[in-house]
Design a protein around this ligand. Structure first.
Ligand code: SF4
Ligand code: SF4
Length: 262
């Protein structure tokens, strides 16, 4: 998901192990934290904006760019690099990553890459791992050996994958999102529910949403304050509003039509 714009190559993993070590003091320390094409997932954004104590809008405006280059249909959000000569990540310091505990999934998993698809909730995630070789990275010359599983656990990747795979169901869905005339509105809904959770919270709490859709009261209270619960609910909403899946229940009103505009 992250990609340095130069000197990068991908090689398949032969077997289940690889050698790598990254530590403060290695000659290339933080060289990798610049000039990145780093796509952020909704869970990355939740973790970082909360770490920084920012609302989604402010975080998105200050730290991200939107791109259509990484997906044929949906806009993706990329971390905005600084405009200095090296195009450094805004969160890098001489001592390393200043948001380390909440760094994006792509930074955690490096030097592995993961290609994954999850066509629907019933089927499991299909995944393949490979090595992301960055020429300047000296970590490959170190002697520490890891299995894939050890690396994922050590870097806290599993939790990120669990969260991201729910979104993966949406962005890798084979289902159509409907007629051309609804596309603009649906893409806007995708962006808000995926990336701008504070606005999505306003959307459900300040409209007639709860009059129209069944949401159990315990969940409703969580949605008011728990960003991760809200994010999961937003994914259910997207599956409902984009693809017509039965992930959200309409209240028993015969005249009510499915709409993304309560
Ligand atoms: S070893 Fe690789 S990942 Fe670690 S600081 Fe150096 S370039 Fe970055
Ligand atoms: S978020 Fe942290 S680990 Fe990732 S590129 Fe920026 S400084 Fe490096």
């Amino acid at each position: 998901m992250s990609e340095k714009k130069s000197d990068i190559s991908f090689t398949p993993l032969t077997g289940n192990t690889f050698k790598f070590r990254c530590y403060k003091g290695i000659q290339c320390f933080t060289d990798c934290c610049a000039d990145l094409n780093l796509v952020l997932t909704p869970y990355d954004i939740v973790r970082i904006k909360n770490r920084l104590g920012m609302l989604s809008d402010a975080f998105l405006n200050k730290h991200t760019d939107t791109t259509m280059e990484n997906h044929p249909q949906f806009p993706m959000v990329k971390l905005k690099m600084l405009s200095d000569e090296k195009r450094r990540c805004p969160f890098v310091s001489p001592d390393g990553c200043t948001i380390y505990e909440d760094r994006p999934g792509a930074c955690r998993i490096y030097p592995l890459g993961r290609a994954a698809t999850k066509p629907d909730a019933q089927r499991g995630t299909r995944e393949k791992f490979f090595i992301v070789n960055e020429e300047h990275c000296l970590g490959f010359k170190e002697d520490k050996e890891w299995t894939i599983e050890e690396w994922l656990t050590n870097e806290g990747v599993d939790e990120y994958n669990t969260m991201n795979d729910q979104w993966l169901e949406i962005i890798t869905s084979q289902k159509t999102i409907g007629p051309e005339k609804d596309l603009h509105q649906k893409i806007q809904m995708f962006s808000m529910a995926s990336y701008n959770l504070d606005k999505f919270r306003e959307f459900i709490f300040k409209s007639r949403f709860f009059e129209r859709f069944e949401v159990e009261s315990g969940l409703k209270s969580k949605l008011a304050s728990d960003d991760v619960e809200l994010m999961k609910f937003a994914f259910d909403w997207l599956k409902f509003s984009l693809f017509g899946e039965k992930t959200i229940q309409i209240k028993d009103e015969p005249s009510l039509e499915r709409t993304t505009n309560p």
